[in-house]
Design a protein. Structure first.
Length: 265
């Protein structure tokens, strides 16, 4: 009886000391974000800009009697990849990767940023046969207000004519004040934001956003590729997915994302 009371008190103390959950809203930077589509009978290889918003929720889960586990998930994801500047159609990226139904685990990689790994099934709509469902593997790296996401879908080995997708995106909490897209928030951005505010244009960041972000440098995607690839390849002995870690490291070396034209660029 005494042992039971002590164990109950320990669980209660841990729950009471549980850190608060965290929710951040992110806006994708389209010029830095791409969806790559490959496969099919014709062997297509196409790239599309990605735009949209999503929430990122960090949660602490109590697994009795003594384990406190941290996990993350996407919420309210609204990501799309327009098929071209003159076409009204688009690819529903959040549905394609089943973002709202993935759960991520924090990897103890010892990297200069937190890295979460998400795994699950791709498009789970009723129109997709379970035998044809692809698997999803995503990595999300958080660096200050920025998030870098890299991932892919992999179709079952018995499906020969389906498409596979790679997602690579950069997002920021709130709006980035780098309105002229030169990679840094400076006086040139102030001029654009001031002029937009004068005519009532609410699409650009506010002057308060510019003031808070002045001097901020947009993360270099190649650097983040290298850091994430190196962390996965050498940081921690993560036994799986070893194949993806090698593939990501090869991505850093060969830079295939810069070899072809992006739709809508």
């Amino acid at each position: 009886m005494l042992a039971t009371l002590v164990a109950t008190a320990q669980v209660g103390a841990q729950v009471g000391a549980q850190p608060p959950d965290r929710l951040d809203s992110y806006r994708i930077v389209p010029r830095k974000s791409e969806l790559r589509q490959t496969g099919g009978f014709a062997g297509v290889d196409q790239r599309f800009r990605v735009q949209g918003t999503y929430d990122f929720v960090g949660e602490w889960i109590n697994d009795p009697p003594t384990t406190l586990r941290h996990q993350a998930r996407f919420d309210n994801a609204d990501l799309m990849a327009p098929l071209g500047p003159m076409l009204p159609a688009f690819i529903d990226v959040d549905d394609l990767f089943n973002l709202d139904n993935l759960t991520g685990e924090l990897l103890p990689l010892g990297a200069p940023f937190d890295v979460y790994r998400f795994r699950g099934l791709a498009n789970t709509s009723s129109a997709t046969s379970p035998l044809e469902q692809s698997s999803v593997e995503l990595y999300a790296a958080l660096l200050g207000p920025w998030m870098y996401v890299y991932g892919q879908t992999t179709q079952p080995p018995w499906v020969a004519d389906g498409f596979e997708y790679e997602l690579r995106l950069l997002a920021r909490t709130g709006r980035s004040a780098d309105t002229n897209e030169d990679g840094v928030v400076d006086a040139a951005d102030y001029t654009l934001i001031f002029d937009a505010a004068a005519v009532g244009n609410a699409l650009l960041p506010s002057l308060a956003d510019w003031s808070a972000q002045y001097g901020e440098v947009v993360p270099d995607m190649d650097v983040m590729d290298a850091q994430l690839g190196a962390a996965l390849a050498t940081g921690l002995a993560v036994p799986e997915p070893a194949a993806l870690a090698v593939a990501m490291f090869a991505l850093v070396v060969s830079g295939p994302w810069r070899t072809s034209q992006t739709a809508g660029a």
